[in-house]
Structures are given as structure tokens and as C-alpha cells.
Ligand binder design. Structure first.
Ligand code: HEC
Ligand code: HEC
Length: 342
């Protein structure tokens, strides 16, 4: 590779008719050897091609991403944008890092053309391509049919039993609308967490920890399941997109939640069922993502219910494998309250 750079520089220098390298003097500048250099004028000519290679590697693109055959042409928008990027990178480093190349194309781009501004979520690629062919209303209607839930007779509650995590910890989860209580067996005791509609809580060794409602959104959303279009998060500014999740084609409905955060609903193109919900929560510095995956749907009394639920966030992943699910005829109003402290 290194030999390759050197050859390229020499052949390009030749191409530009600037083979007459001044003797002794300082090494030639880029501006002396190339035809259309604006922001890298003062850099050494010999540094130009390796820098081009660096940009290719940082964005995982080839020369043609920014260039036509004539490298001096400014025809491609990416090349023009890149000039601004080079200036920005240099300003950031001059201002903050003593001019050292601490923040580079690679820092922000990390091998992609469009930088990601969400913290990483392990094992999950959050990418959907906008598509005008995906009509949100049609996708949601198809989902309603696929689930089979009857909006006139909403399900009162359901109880799941199964295991959680790689350790296969026994778990029981009861849902009713947005309310839930998850009971996990640990050793001889149990841990619980829940949301009763107005209070989010979890048990600790000593007593109950309540989560102030203004911080509870991610805790609550992480545990939600959905039983038809009416139970989905209410979105506005709907848009359509396509994506792949675990190799399967998805139709995606994007939108904005009441608190202005963004959410995307991924429906399996083949079955129409909900496969993934992603939500992003704004912070003053950027957004945090929460991703819930639903799979292994099973028909119970005519309604399709997911038996595997995976929750992913920057904080970690949870996996629930449910063995059984039961639709409840009724549920005690107190079922989702924190247990009375001992
Ligand atoms: C991400 C965009 C990008 C990629 C990828 C890229 N370049 Fe460039 N290239 C630029 C920009 C921007 C300039 C102009 C810099 C300036 O104005 O100071 C430039 C200038 C050049 C020039 C000088 C042309 C002239 O005569 O003015 C050459 C030669 C060149 N690139 C070769 C390459 C080669 C070879 C590759 C692949 C190894 C490559 N570039 C990849 C953005 C890119
Ligand atoms: C401080 C972070 C940061 C650095 C450093 C940075 N970029 Fe970017 N770059 C961005 C962001 C953010 C965007 C997307 C802006 C948007 O979508 O409006 C972007 C957009 C671009 C685009 C347009 C992509 C497209 O087609 O939509 C190109 C090309 C690009 N950067 C090249 C580079 C190159 C080459 C470097 C290194 C010289 C670089 N960037 C350095 C943050 C950075």
C-alpha cells in the first residue's frame, strides 16, 4: 500500500506537469503541484494523496465518491462539502487540541458517510431508508389485520411466563395497556418492577425505589408490548421507510411522539406484524436510543402475541423468552402497584 501512495504521487505530479521539483528549498506545496487546491494549499504536495487515502478509509468510500476522472473538478458535491469538513476539523483541533489531529474524519464518521449521532446500542444497527412507496396508513391497517385484536373488545390483561437473559432467570410479566409488572426470581426471593399508570417503581433490597415521572419514559417504554394499531405510541408527522432487521424486509413508519422525541415502528413486510420499535429521547447534548424487538408471534384466542422480546439500549440488553401467555378476563386494579413495604 505504501508503495502505492508513492507511485500515485509521482504519477500525479507528472500528470499535473509539475515534475520540476525545486531543489534544496522547502518541499513543494500542494498549491504548486495540483490544479484546484483551495483549503490544503499550504500542505506539502506529498501529503495530499495519503490524506485522500485517509479520507477514503474514514468514510469507507473510494476516490470516486468525491471525484470524477479529473481530480481537479469540483463537480461532486461531496468534494465541496469535504473542503468545509477539512476546515472544520482543523478549527476544532486548533482551538481545543493544540493543533494535534485529535478529532478527524474518522472520529465523527467512523467508517460511514453519514455520522451517527446516537450512542451505540450493542448488536443493533438502527438504519432505515426513507421511502415514499411505504404508506404509513396502509402499513398500520395491515398490522391491525395481522394482529387480529378487536378494537371494540380490547384485551384486559395478559400474563407471560418464561425466562429472562442468558441465565434463564424465571420471569413473569403482566401487562394491561401501558401498565406492567415484571417479577424476576432471584435465588429464593424475587425482584419486581412496574408501572401502574401514574407511578414507575422497582424493588431494591431495602424497600421500593420510585422513579420520578419526568425520568420514567425510557423505563416505561422499554417494557411496552403492543396489541394492534390503537395501542401503538401515538405518532404525528408520519413518514414511510424500509429497512432490514435480522435479514428480513421491514416496512417502517416514522413519526414524532407527543414529547417531540422520534419513534420508528418496523413491521415485517411478509407477516405485517410489529418487529421493532425504536424511540429516541432528546437530551441537551444529543439523543439516546431505545430499541425493542418483538418476535416468535403466537396466536392466542385469535390475537397474535410476541413470545420473544428483546430490549436494547446504550445501557445494555434484556432478553425475554416467554413459554406461555394467557389472556386474562380481569385484573385487580392494584396489580401494578408496588408491593407494600415490609
Ligand atoms: C471525501 C472526499 C474525497 C475523497 C474520498 C478523495 N478526495 Fe481527493 N480531494 C478532495 C478534496 C476536497 C480535494 C481538494 C482539496 C482542496 O481544495 O484543498 C481533493 C483533491 C484531490 C487532488 C488534487 C486535484 C487537483 O489537481 O486539484 C487529487 C489528485 C486527489 N484529490 C486525488 C484523490 C485520490 C487519488 C483519491 C482516492 C485515493 C481521493 N482523492 C479521494 C476530496 C476527496
Ligand atoms: C466533528 C465531526 C466531523 C468531522 C471531524 C468530519 N465530519 Fe464530515 N460530517 C459530519 C457530520 C455531522 C455530517 C452530516 C451533516 C449533515 O447531515 O447535515 C458530515 C457530512 C459529511 C459529508 C457529506 C455526506 C453526505 O453525503 O451526506 C462528507 C462528504 C464529509 N462529511 C466528509 C468528511 C471528511 C472527508 C472529513 C475529514 C476531513 C470529515 N467529514 C470530518 C461530521 C464531521
Amino acid at each position: 500500500m505504501r508503495v502505492g501512495y508513492a507511485l500515485l504521487v509521482i504519477s500525479l505530479a507528472g500528470l499535473c506537469g509539475a515534475a520540476a521539483i525545486p531543489a534544496k528549498q522547502d518541499e513543494p506545496k500542494a498549491v504548486d503541484m495540483f490544479r484546484n487546491i483551495t483549503v490544503m494549499k499550504e500542505d506539502k504536495a506529498k501529503d495530499i494523496i495519503p490524506s485522500m487515502q485517509f479520507m477514503c478509509a474514514s468514510l469507507k468510500v473510494d476516490c470516486e465518491f468525491c471525484h470524477t476522472g479529473d481530480r481537479s473538478s469540483d463537480e461532486k458535491k461531496a468534494k465541496v462539502t469535504t473542503r468545509e469538513m477539512i476546515v472544520m476539523q482543523r478549527e476544532i483541533n486548533a482551538k481545543n487540541f493544540n493543533g494535534r489531529n485529535q478529532v478527524t474524519c474518522a472520529t465523527c464518521h467512523g467508517g460511514r458517510v453519514r455520522p451517527v449521532n446516537l450512542p451505540p446500542v450493542e448488536g443493533v444497527e438502527v438504519r432505515a431508508r426513507r421511502s415514499p412507496d411505504v404508506k404509513p396508513d396502509a402499513v398500520l391497517a395491515a398490522y391491525g389485520k395481522a394482529v387480529g385484536a378487536d378494537p371494540a373488545h380490547p384485551i384486559v390483561a395478559i400474563t407471560y411466563k418464561g425466562t429472562s437473559g442468558a441465565a434463564k432467570t424465571p420471569v413473569e410479566t403482566v401487562y394491561s395497556g401501558t401498565k406492567f409488572v415484571v417479577t424476576t426470581k432471584v435465588g429464593t426471593g424475587e425482584m419486581k418492577q412496574g408501572f401502574n399508570g401514574s407511578s414507575a417503581w422497582f424493588t431494591r433490597e431495602k424497600g421500593i425505589q420510585h422513579i420520578p415521572m419526568q425520568f420514567a419514559a425510557s423505563f416505561i417504554n422499554q417494557k411496552q408490548i403492543f396489541l394492534g394499531p390503537d395501542t401503538l405510541p401515538k405518532l404525528t408527522n408520519l413518514g414511510g421507510a424500509t429497512a432490514k432487521v435480522n435479514g428480513k424486509d421491514m416496512l417502517v413508519v416514522n413519526g414524532t411522539l407527543a414529547d417531540a422525541s422520534r419513534a420508528s415502528l418496523y413491521f415485517d413486510k411478509e407477516t405485517g406484524l410489529l418487529s421493532r420499535v425504536t424511540m429516541s429521547y432528546p437530551t441537551v447534548l444529543g439523543n439516546i436510543a431505545q430499541i425493542n424487538d418483538y418476535s416468535d408471534y403466537k396466536k392466542v384466542k385469535g390475537v397474535m402475541l410476541p413470545m420473544t422480546i428483546a430490549n436494547h439500549s446504550s445501557e445494555g440488553n434484556d432478553l425475554f423468552h416467554y413459554r406461555s401467555v394467557k389472556i386474562e378476563e380481569k385484573i385487580a386494579p392494584t396489580a401494578f402497584d408496588p408491593p407494600a413495604s415490609k
